[in-house]
Design a protein around this ligand. Structure first.
Ligand code: SAM
Length: 224
């Protein structure tokens, strides 16, 4: 029986990869990668020579059929995305769903490891027994409604945000949830890693004073 391995890879620090992930990447017949150039750097560092095939958000039906064909031939495939755990707010979920639908005989196996979501929650120091994860917020339609829901939510709320929108997001949060604590988990596992805590108002002022802190990758955690 063929297997599709869903392999978590580092979110910054290249040492954050499990022994099992390295073995699976070495032994797979083919690695499906969101960005093959990026994945090849990781593979080169660990002396892994498994061939790669690109699979990303714009991969069409023909690519999906090819992947399904390979699994039906009995090939073992490993799926990686640019960073973290595939299928968490990235193109991985679509592939897993298609393989589940079309290949009843293929085993789908998780190779767990880093994710920006769990890394951010682990350093946030907020209530995590019950939280709401929103992935990326929509850019336009529905964004304001979602902010209102965040403001009214009695749970910790977590979402991913791009550096281009982080100030706008803080602006919305200071309007809608002025009293709630917010943690900005920025550049986790990388050189300039930090978790900035405060109200949205305080964080807005801090980032406005230091535009360097508006750069990089962010997870936003809104405490209860
Ligand atoms: N599947 C990935 C995971 O498990 O972490 C998430 C993929 S999503 C396309 C990428 C987003 O995750 C980034 O825009 C950012 O919000 C967040 N992210 C990824 N790496 C990060 C890091 N090192 N520090 C903070 N946030 C990060």
């Amino acid at each position: 029986m063929a297997t599709l391995y869903i392999v978590a890879t580092p979110i910054g620090n290249m040492e954050d990869i499990t022994l099992r992930a390295l073995r699976v990447l070495k032994e797979a017949d083919l690695i499906l990668a969101e960005d093959t150039r990026m994945t090849k750097k990781l593979l080169a560092r660990h002396d892994i020579h498994t061939p790669t095939l690109s699979y990303h958000a714009r991969s069409g039906e023909a690519k999906m059929e090819k992947i399904i064909g390979l699994l039906e031939e009995g090939k073992n495939l490993a799926l990686v995305t640019d960073a973290g755990t595939p299928a968490i707010s990235d193109p991985g979920a679509h592939l897993v769903s298609a393989v589940r639908e079309h290949c009843a005989d293929v085993a789908i196996v998780a190779i767990p490891g880093p994710s920006a979501l769990t890394a951010a929650l682990s350093v946030a120091g907020v209530e995590t027994s019950d939280f709401l994860f929103l992935g990326f917020l929509p850019h336009k339609k529905g964004r304001e409604t979602l902010f209102k829901e965040i403001g009214q939510s009695e749970r910790t709320v977590v979402f991913y945000e791009s550096p281009h929108r982080i100030m706008k997001t803080l602006e919305a949060l200071r309007r809608i949830a002025p009293d709630r604590s917010v943690v900005l988990a920025r550049e986790l596992t990388k050189i300039y890693e930090e978790a900035l805590c405060g109200t949205a108002e305080e964080l807005y002022a801090r980032l406005a004073r230091n535009p360097q802190k508006q750069k990089g990758e962010f997870v936003v955690v809104v405490a209860t």
